[in-house]
Design a protein around this ligand. Structure first.
Ligand code: CA2
Length: 144
């Protein structure tokens, strides 16, 4: 079976590579998308890779795609720590959700320590940079 994977990226991740390389690395989001595309080809998955700065748009995409995908990888960025709306929309999913962060929020400011995504995630990959996305795709390829 070819698994359909949706990767969602939250606010400001479209600016990756433009500041704070010590925290987030030098790769742009487009670089990460290319790496993910190569990984999904290797894993016999299809990829839909998106980014939004709008909470409601992320919620709408989750609602629209919930019955069309086999797995969701999400880096909700700052909404990780604030969004009950995204938490509630993820509850609609019956497929595995993998939470990814480029940095390790646990090693940063206190306000990044709580995640509204984590209780609904089958797995969390943090602090691995772009490799976290690849690990998430590999996890889904062996755990669906
Ligand atoms: O480490 C991650 O992937 C985060 O999800 C990134 C979020 C942050 O709020 C989370 O606590 C952890 C921030 C994304 C902002 O990304 C930028 C990176 C470089 C330049 C501009 C924005």
């Amino acid at each position: 079976m070819t698994a359909r994977i949706l990767i969602l990226n939250g606010p400001n991740l479209n600016m990756l590579g433009q500041r704070e390389p010590a925290i987030y690395g030098h790769e742009t989001l487009q670089d990460i998308e290319k790496l993910c595309l190569a990984a999904t080809r290797k894993n016999n998955q299809t990829l839909d890779f998106r980014q939004s700065n709008y909470e409601g748009e992320l919620v709408t995409w989750i609602q629209q795609e919930k019955d069309k995908i086999n797995g969701l990888v999400i880096n909700a960025a700052a909404y990780t720590h604030t969004s009950i709306a995204i938490h509630d929309s993820l509850k609609l999913l019956t497929v595995p959700v993998i939470e990814v962060h480029l940095s390790d929020p646990q090693k940063r400011e206190n306000f990044r320590h709580f995640s509204y995504i984590e209780p609904l995630a089958a797995k969390v990959f943090s602090g691995l940079g772009a490799q976290g996305y690849i690990k998430a795709l590999d996890y889904l390829s062996t755990n669906l």
